[in-house]
Write a protein that binds this ligand. Sequence first.
Ligand SMILES: C[S@@+](CC[C@H](N)C(=O)[O-])C[C@H]1O[C@@H](n2cnc3c(N)ncnc32)[C@H](O)[C@@H]1O
Length: 428
Amino acid sequence: MNTYDYIIGDSRNVEGIFRKKKIENPDLIITSPPYFDVKNYENNKGQIGFGQDYDAYLNDIINIFQKSYDLSSSHATFWMIMDTIRKDGVTIPLPFDINRELSNQFSSTWRLKDVIIWNKTKNIPWNAKGRFKNHFEYIFFYIKDERFKFNIDRIREISDLKKWWLTYPERYNPKGKAPSNLWEFITPIRGWGNGYLNHFCPFPFPLVERIISISTDENDLVFDPFAGSGSAIAMAYVMNRNSVGIDINEKYKQQFEKEVLIGAQKYWEIRNKELKLINEKIGQFKSTNEKLRKNKLGSTAVQWVKSSLINDSNFIFLIIEKDKNQNEIDCIIVADGKNIDISSLNKKKEINDLMRMFRIKIHWKIIKQQDLLRLLSNINFYKYNFREFHQYISAMTIEEIILEPDKIEYFFSNINLNIPKINDIFRN
Ligand SMILES: C[S@@+](CC[C@H](N)C(=O)[O-])C[C@H]1O[C@@H](n2cnc3c(N)ncnc32)[C@H](O)[C@@H]1O
């Protein structure tokens, strides 16, 4: 049974709170600290940022992050979500200053692994000389050591595939595309329940979901030292993780219990249905991509044999996928009376490079025409143009292939692919 705990306290005392409450080592820390003195959080005297000078502020923040480092598990990751701010007409690069101070002041500390731009897609209208409308925030992604969790396969996507997925299947991971470091998530303005969410900058659930999916497994512990609305701990809880959040303001805890937790539950219910559909689509993409790669590799390899080794109109090129779960194909050359040395094909650099690129192994076979019926009559073949390996021309039996007058112009494969070039199966 998973748990969540929204603790009212001062994060400067994070070790004391963890000790007293016997909290275990967090596996993920996700947080957005106060943006220096930009906002006054409920006039709270213990708040960090508002009423402090910049050095005292930086000092408090990095000490909390360092204590969180000491408390966390060895495979933990830390995701800091922050923006720059403007003060007296000058931009202060908050996350960069925090990052610099962390590494300057602690010899063993969080290691910055990547910087992600969170495109919020919209923001309040803004017009001032020397400033552009602010559309993004930074996500600084830190690790503790190289054993960090990074389940990138869980967040692969297949929407918005470029048109090349059909003609260059070898360039695509069959499990889908890994997202870039530009993330697009709309900021929630209204609450997640029926009310109005009265917190300054709540994390969007989909953003938190992505980070939790990448860097934790079920039952891991997620920690937010500046919990605010509590969206991070609510999402962690509904995703079957344990979670702990600390915030200095009691009011936000009430809001968390009344609204945010329920909102997260509702979001996760709908999202689970969506994820099921996405996974089905990824499954279809995977099997189509694997078929495309096998057919394209077979077609390219036998074309190479056709152009470089032999020149005879009687040859037949057959490609056979024996087991769709294995990355192997048979490339059969029907080459009566011709002496084709299979071991030389196996050694050819061009062919080996292709196999590496496609991540598929070719087994070369030479068969005599007279043996075809006996060996292959139970297989359904499809006739393809060499360059149109994604769409067959007609279904054929081996008897029909033998009688085909222009057989040298085609290859014949048992892989059934009939995808028109202009299509949007995996594009939306
Ligand atoms: C930028 S907000 C966090 C927003 C949060 N990520 C969310 O999803 O709503 C910063 C939070 O830090 C809290 N805070 C300020 N000083 C604190 C302190 N000393 N200890 C704990 N929390 C503090 C504020 O009350 C505020 O909720």
